[in-house]
Design a protein around this ligand. Sequence first.
Ligand code: MSP
Length: 504
Amino acid sequence: MKKFYITTPIYYANDQPHIGHAYTTIVADVLARYHRLAGDEVFFLTGTDEHGSKVAESAEAAGKSPQEFCDEISAHYQTLWDRLDISNDDFIRTTSNYHKKGVERFLSKLHEVGAVYEGQYEGLYCTGCENFITEKELEDGKCPDHNKEPQVVKEKNYFFKLKEYLPKVKELLDSGGLKILPESRHNEVLGLLRQGLEDFSISRESVKWGIEIPFNKKQVTYVWVEALQNYITALGYGDEGENFKKFWPADIHLMAKDIIKFHALYWPAMLIAAGLAVPKVIFAHGFFTINGHKMSKSLGNAIDPDALIDELGSDAVRYLLLSQFPFGADGDIKAGSFAIQYNSDLANSIGNLTSRVLAMTEKYYDGKVPEKDFEFSDEVAGIWRQYKKAMKEFQIDKAVEIIKKLNAFCDGYVERQKPWELAKKDPEQLAKVIYNLLEAIRHLGLMIYPIMPQTAEKILASLGQTDWQKTSLKELQDWGGLELGVSVSKGDSLFPRLGGKEKE
Ligand code: MSP
């Protein structure tokens, strides 16, 4: 059995989750569910990043202690992920003891091997970015991303010898031992290397809310340095955990392009210094705007994921977010078109096909599978090959297109065969047509599962398939799984049409 370790970034516990965090987490869930379906042993990790000045300042503004504040935000993240059917195997909080223990061990290791040294940091720091920033990057004296003046920092820090380890990182990037995807991000990372990077500070003297540096208790760990380590501490790195041996290195760290430098350069360099393997793939997808604008509280255009789930249901939210723009690229979310797309892609397609075919089976055959036939067998086998390739290569939007293709293929078949006419003149052909459609819907249900797990369960249950998760995908994807005589039933509508002014 192959293992598959997938992670999302751990999100800052300084504010409530928004649709951007939901997007990455849904993508990770789709990949985790696909790999489980394909028979891999999966470990899917997400969590919250709870230390540092950004969180401490937000807690203070809310009149709460940092821990109390983080507890609330982290709980909100966990509830939201439950509502979105996120199947994470663990949820790490960086304020947990096992994380602290792992970080202490990792930093001691870096110290032991001589990868850190004491120095003086003098420069600017943007709390919004939780990052050191240069004069050159400022616009009108402010950080362009946070519209805030940076703090002037002058303090004693420990530094990591980044420059010493970068040649090894470059070797791994060149050999494919560390893959940065999509290709454009790989080039971006090479560009950063060409510009030249300085050693970076791994501790803060003036910050109190953090994990103490094991070799100097007057300093806390720079929040990014400990945050990255969540990917190993969650597996029990601090305790010689079984999971660490089994799952490290990560098969994919998923994130958006905003945090690629930390993941593609700083993190591998630190791992190499500590004598650990580097992640296999770093996938940095694009950043999206909402109705053409950057998501921001002041613009009031942030979409509240909870409200969206209340309105459309979890599966539709998952589908609609994934199908707004090609995966990997930057894009725009047009929230106003959600209802139109819901009706066209879900209600009128998957929902309509399923209910039509099941209703005909009830009408003509008293809800029993009438026949076994193999007309669609080759077509569907080809679709499975394309689907599996797309999922393996993290091409989620392609996988969605393939599902739509199968749906359209079935719709076209219904239109050509006209079962309502066959019922009058060719009952033998009708039984074959109904079988091919029912069996194709079973395959559609399986392919939909990573993307819309509730809908998939409903489709498969209406076809009398209850214990399907115990069967291997190899067997499930074989044509003919639906047996003669099995009872099927239409059940409730999968996606009731949305009315109102958004109607097509
Ligand atoms: N805490 C750090 C990550 C540490 S990981 C070791 C952090 N947190 S964050 O809360 O700011 O989350 C950033 C991530 O949220 C992005 O990399 C991306 O996964 C997701 N997104 C936030 N806004 C988004 C968009 N507008 N578009 C796409 N992804 C979005 O950085």
